[in-house]
Design a protein around this ligand. Structure first.
Ligand SMILES: Nc1ncnc2c1ncn2[C@@H]1O[C@H](COP(=O)(O)OP(=O)(O)OP(=O)(O)O)[C@@H](O)[C@H]1O
Length: 492
């Protein structure tokens, strides 16, 4: 799903009120007025609300003062997402002095890629509403030495990012004028010239590394995690692991997604020009120990959604794949290709790489081993968030609904359905992803965005009904057990 933590700059309460966001109801003398704190990473924003305010109205005020659309916000209090818009602040037990974490979809930000002429790439996240070019960067000594170039032209400081890369894939080149130290030392009748230009790159080895992308000594590992030796990996899963391995072996490191509330890494192919898979480590899930988005640790082990456990998202991702049976009916997974709903092939793996997040800074791969789900990367033209639902074929919506009801998916919002137009004649197919919150212990957070789409008013086709009839919950529980997950009784 497309979200990321966005730091809000601290503002005074007064500035919120000046922005016209506070009505009289919110003035300090209102009886149930409380002061709460919105926080992301290290930034805190005080905000006065009423205990009787709905979550929707709090989000609306954040939108008014900060510009983040309501639909792109996620509010989290003590490990629980304030997901029900009509519920009141007090329904979630939020009281004076409490801290709410705000997670904002990254599409509010624009990613700007700056490539230096010697090949180094920097990514900056630029807020669309404040997108003036500002030249600054770690390691570059003097602003006047820097020049940003787009499409062969130098960019003036006042140009807006928004006006530059309208197509969304513009690359800006950064040219840094640095003089190299040239020393001449007389040796007999000759002069020995030495050139020290190490400042041109952070550690002086960048060019070397770029040239040396040949087979490397192995500084990573990637292996499927098979608990039951009787489990045979299906071919499609092998096709997922092998090219991911090749990509790592060629030195193409995992690329952390700028979206999502947990750590998700795009694993590159051997050419370095495409993605093969998405790796989600358990220790980087929301509220887990090494979450890279700054979400707080869960105090009681419960995940972001009610009835789920922190660190079990990867199991659930794999379970969703295993339980998405082919149309021909439930099967042992060995020969399995595409399931009814088209959950991308997913497998548990252990993977070590120094590029994975850890709070201690640089670690070599052997100290940075992670366990998580590895899912096939699916080509897409965006998610259902990016377009109106009318264009989606009825059958495509129905298949997602069947999957979500079977799995009691507690995280089916429009960002978690990818749209593919790869089919014959550009036919739209919907690809369900992000199943880390399925099979919860309670139904409290099971909300489905597709419930409001017109397709769900159509009856299921006989094919779909036949598929539903073929499902067998007991058999599914056994299947998960066979693969090593003894489903807790509440989830079962
Ligand atoms: N199988 C896939 N194929 C292509 N892109 C994917 C796939 N799985 C995830 N992504 C993309 O990776 C990014 C992060 O994934 P995802 O939303 O699943 O992470 P998350 O941290 O679990 O999110 P959430 O905040 O919804 O829990 C998103 O942009 C998503 O579209």
């Amino acid at each position: 799903m497309s979200k990321a933590v966005v730091a809000l700059s601290p503002v005074l309460e007064e500035s919120v009120s000046i922005a016209g966001c506070l009505s009289d109801r919110h003035l300090p003398w209102s009886r149930d007025s409380i002061l709460i704190y919105l926080t992301v990473a290290n930034s805190v924003t005080p905000m006065r609300v009423l205990e009787s305010d709905s979550i929707a109205s709090v989000k609306l005020r954040i939108q008014n003062s900060k510009g983040f659309f309501v639909k792109k916000q996620k509010l989290v209090f003590e490990g629980t997402e304030l997901a029900r818009s009509n519920s009141l602040v007090r329904d979630y037990g939020v009281t004076d002095g409490n801290v709410l974490h705000l997670v904002v979809h990254l599409s509010d930000l624009q990613v700007v890629t700056v490539r230096t002429v010697c090949g180094k790439v920097f990514e900056f996240h630029v807020e669309r509403s404040r997108n003036q070019i500002a030249k600054r960067g770690k390691g570059f000594v003097d602003l006047k030495d820097e020049e940003l170039i787009f499409d062969g032209e130098e960019l003036a400081d006042q140009r807006l990012i928004h006006d530059i890369g309208k197509s969304g894939d513009a690359v800006i080149h950064l040219q840094v004028r640095k003089s190299a130290k040239v020393r001449a030392k007389p040796i007999l009748k000759d002069l020995e010239l030495s050139i020290d230009a190490s400042n041109l790159t952070d550690d002086g080895t960048e060019e070397l590394r770029m040239v040396c992308r040949k087979p490397l000594q192995r500084d990573f590992c990637l292996e499927p995690l098979i608990v039951n030796p009787k489990v045979e990996l299906p071919l499609v899963v092998k096709k997922l692991i092998d090219p991911t391995f090749d990509g790592l072996e060629r030195g193409n490191h995992p690329v952390i997604s700028s979206e999502g509330s947990g750590g998700a890494y795009f694993m590159q192919d051997s050419s370095g020009h495409g993605y093969i898979s998405v790796f989600k480590p358990m220790d980087e899930e929301p509220m887990a120990q090494n979450n890279p988005r700054g979400l707080p640790l869960s105090t009681d082990g419960e995940g972001l959604k009610k009835g789920t456990r922190v660190g079990q998202g990867a199991f659930r991702e794999v379970a969703a794949y295993l339980l998405d049976h082919p149309r021909s009916g439930p099967c042992s997974v060995c020969g399995k290709e595409v399931g009814f709903a088209g959950v991308p092939p997913t497998v548990m793996v252990s993977c070590a790489h120094r590029g994975f997040f850890n709070p201690y800074g640089y670690l070599d791969a052997s100290k940075n081993m992670k366990i998580g789900s590895l899912q096939m990367f699916m080509k897409n033209s965006g998610s259902c968030e990016d377009m109106g639902p009318r264009a989606f074929p009825v059958e495509e919506v129905h298949k997602i609904s069947v999957l979500d009801i079977c799995l009691a998916n507690a995280d089916r919002h429009v960002g978690n359905i990818l749209v593919s137009k790869e089919g014959e004649g550009g036919q739209i197919a919907l690809i369900p992803i992000d199943h880390g919150y399925c099979l919860p212990e309670t139904f409290e957070n099971c909300t489905f965005d597709w419930l409001y789409w017109p397709q769900v008013r159509q009856p299921y086709s006989s094919d779909t009904l036949n598929y539903i009839m073929s499902l067998d919950a007991e058999q599914d529980i056994e299947l998960l057990k066979f693969h090593g997950w003894n489903l807790p009784i509440e989830c079962a």
